[in-house]
Unconditional design. Structure first.
Length: 194
């Protein structure tokens, strides 16, 4: 007997909700997809423990929102979109959270605080970079650069996250963006001196 498709398992799960059979049907879906979901989480986080935790959270979300699966796409597509969104939100949340705010960390930050002049120079440099990126790069190139360099996501994760379908993925956008930025900096230098 041929195994049921994911979509058939979901339909049977819904028809038998609350029964032992429903539990085994959900377990079958879990077994089929857990390894791939965990691998995707690992690629985004770079940390095995976090990936395992995130994969569990993804399946909890999928279980909780299974009623929202309408069957317009494959179950795996629906599940991986939950995975992508959940992991991306987690990566963004981690990037915005300070890792340690103990007294030693605060004292170290206070000792290394730049003076007002240095702070203004850094602000000006950051604004210059933002202006060069905005004026020189396409929207996709800017997003790829931000995700790869600012958010520190691997290129393969950026490719999947932005659903880039070109042969080289995010790497092609990085190469193009670097060329454009180099030309923009070359044009900016003489103007800044004059």
């Amino acid at each position: 007997m041929e195994p049921l498709s994911d979509e058939d398992l979901v339909a049977r799960y819904r028809a038998n909700a609350g029964s032992r059979e429903a539990d085994s049907l959900w377990n079958e879906l879990f077994q089929r997809h857990y390894a791939r979901v965990a691998l995707w989480c690992l690629r985004l986080t770079g940390d095995r423990e976090s990936a395992a935790d995130l994969a569990q959270e993804v399946f909890l979300k999928a279980f909780r929102y299974l009623d929202s699966y309408r069957g317009e796409s494959k179950f795996s597509t629906w599940l991986y979109s939950i995975t992508r969104n959940h992991c991306f939100n987690e990566v963004k949340a981690r990037a915005s959270k300070p890792e340690d705010t103990g007294e030693a960390m605060l004292a170290e930050l206070a000792d290394s605080a730049p003076d007002a002049h240095t702070h203004l120079e850094r602000q000006d440099a950051a604004q210059l970079v933002r202006d060069l990126v905005r004026d020189s790069l396409s929207e996709t190139e800017a997003r790829v650069m931000t995700l790869h360099y600012a958010e520190e996501l691997p290129l393969d994760a950026v490719t999947r996250l932005l659903k880039l379908d070109n042969a080289s993925g995010a790497k092609a956008y990085i190469v193009s963006a670097k060329r454009k930025l180099a030309r923009a900096v070359a044009r900016w230098k003489p103007a800044a001196r004059g």
